[in-house]
Design a protein around this ligand. Structure first.
Ligand SMILES: Cc1cc2nc3c(=O)[nH]c(=O)nc-3n(C[C@H](O)[C@H](O)[C@H](O)COP(=O)(O)OP(=O)(O)OC[C@H]3O[C@@H](n4cnc5c(N)ncnc54)[C@H](O)[C@@H]3O)c2cc1C
Length: 419
């Protein structure tokens, strides 16, 4: 690459930034593409995502898929139509990662892990002459509009021809995304919505017995209901509340309810496979000398952590008759006080407001600066929706930057400017 080649600077080496970098390398030959990350290595959150089985996307029909992005669905639709589930699968397979569809419709690489995929991706970027720089923390702009970075060798300044910011959200800050860029952009007139935890656990006040005996215990089978939405699944009791798949899936509704009314009540059905009538019949069986705990276990199959939850959350009067006990088992109120910390959430809501960006993901207040990934104001449940939108917005921001660098470039069927 010549010294005076136009320079594209991507800050943030997570999935959104790497996708933007690859897009520019493919679409704007002759442009020097550099990715900078504050951490000693790239894609740390992606690697963490692979710990529990990397769920890259979802196989449901596109219209159902799009609905998962809630209020941001219309805004994200062009990006997701250009790079949706099918494209994510093809991308993973192009990196040598065969995929499969799990029983819930979620899509995983066969290895389940992120590391082979990330390794192959970094290798491919290297072959495309994308320069990867670690331990470079972006700190803002100087008064000539050059980007400034803290590096182990001291501060450096770079004047780019196009910039893509893909700095992530604010959950799991030890993996790199600390959300500390918000002040830098707000100072430039960019509208930033406050971060809130998403796909997170919740806190409640447990008795010492519950905390000490049952922290870490999985609760299943169980069905959870909030605001008329019922979900069968499982969750885990923690020392200070609840977390796990079914809680994350309802976390947006729970968080919004807590923001509205100061608390949220989750209704637990501790016997999802028995009707109330059957429970009343079962619990009416003669108890003899059996303790209530034994009776509950034998007659209704409620024991262990589920019996503890019943004792913890049901009113005393619930234990007076089979009818009231069946009611409590079918709709046990669990009061939740607040979401668990942002640090422990899987993702965040909030970030750069949709109106702050044009159709190519360029900041209206900062022409030539494009943004992608979790730093934008959208949220989605777990299920592969997070990574898909990070990759899709990374592609779109990369296309926007490519066009800025080489206006003759076409978007290969997709017009990232949305015009
Ligand atoms: C435990 C866990 C499990 C998950 N599992 C899944 C899953 O199975 N499926 C799924 O779809 N999603 C999953 N996610 C979410 C997914 O990993 C994220 O949505 C995704 O990584 C966000 O991509 P991003 O590129 O926007 O940001 P990030 O991946 O957070 O990358 C941002 C990068 O920017 C760098 N950076 C930040 N500030 C600066 C700065 N000032 N200067 C230089 N560099 C900076 C950071 O070091 C980081 O490398 C999971 C997340 C967690 C925490």
């Amino acid at each position: 690459m010549k010294e005076d080649s136009p320079k594209a600077i991507i800050i943030g080496g997570g999935p959104a930034g790497l996708m933007a970098a690859e897009t520019i390398a493919d679409r704007a030959p002759g442009v020097a593409v550099h990715v900078y990350d504050a951490m000693p290595s790239f894609g740390r959150k992606l690697l963490m995502a692979g710990r529990g089985g990397l769920n890259i996307t979802h196989s449901e029909p596109f219209d159902a898929f799009l609905v998962r992005y809630g209020e941001a669905a219309d805004w994200l639709e062009p990006a997701l139509r250009a790079f949706g589930p099918k494209e994510v699968i093809a991308w993973a397979e192009s990196l040598g990662q065969k995929t499969f569809i799990g029983s819930s419709g979620r899509v995983f690489p066969e290895s389940f892990k992120a590391s082979p995929l990330l390794r192959a991706w970094l290798r491919r970027l290297n072959e495309k002459s994308v320069a990867l720089h670690t331990r470079h923390r972006w700190t803002g702009w100087d008064d000539t509009n050059a980007l400034t970075f803290d590096t182990p060798e001291g501060e450096i300044r770079i004047a780019p021809d196009a910039t893509v910011l893909a700095l992530g959200g604010a959950s799991w800050p030890r993996l790199g995304a600390r959300g500390d860029w918000t002040g830098l952009l707000a100072a430039q007139g960019v509208d930033i919505r406050p971060f809130r935890p998403a796909n997170c656990g919740f806190e409640t006040v447990w008795s010492a017995h519950m905390r000490e005996r049952f922290a870490g215990a999985p609760v299943k089978p169980v069905a959870l209901t909030v605001a008329g939405n019922r979900l069968e699944g499982e969750f885990v009791v923690t020392a200070s509340g609840v977390e796990g798949g079914a809680i994350y899936a309802l976390s947006r509704l729970l968080r919004d309810e807590i923001e509205r009314s100061g608390e949220a009540t989750l209704r637990l059905d501790l016997a999802p496979d028995r009707s109330r009538e059957r429970l009343v019949r079962d619990l009416s069986r003669p108890r003899g000398k059996a303790s209530l705990a034994n009776h509950l276990r034998k007659a209704a199959g409620i024991s262990g952590v589920r019996a503890a939850l019943l004792r913890e959350c049901a009113a005393k009067e619930a234990f007076l008759s089979p009818e009231t006990l069946a009611d409590a088992i079918k709709a046990l109120p669990l009061r939740l006080d607040k979401p668990s910390s942002m640090e422990s959430a899987i993702s965040v809501a909030g970030g750069i407001a949709q109106d702050a960006l044009d159709g190519a993901m360029m900041l209206k207040a900062l022409p030539g600066v494009f943004c992608a990934g979790e730093m934008l104001d959208w949220e989605a449940p777990t299920g592969g929706y997070l990574l898909t939108a990070c990759l899709a917005t990374g592609l779109r921001a990369g296309l926007g930057a490519s066009r800025q660098l080489s206006p003759s470039i076409s978007g290969s069927g997709d017009d990232p400017t949305g015009t």
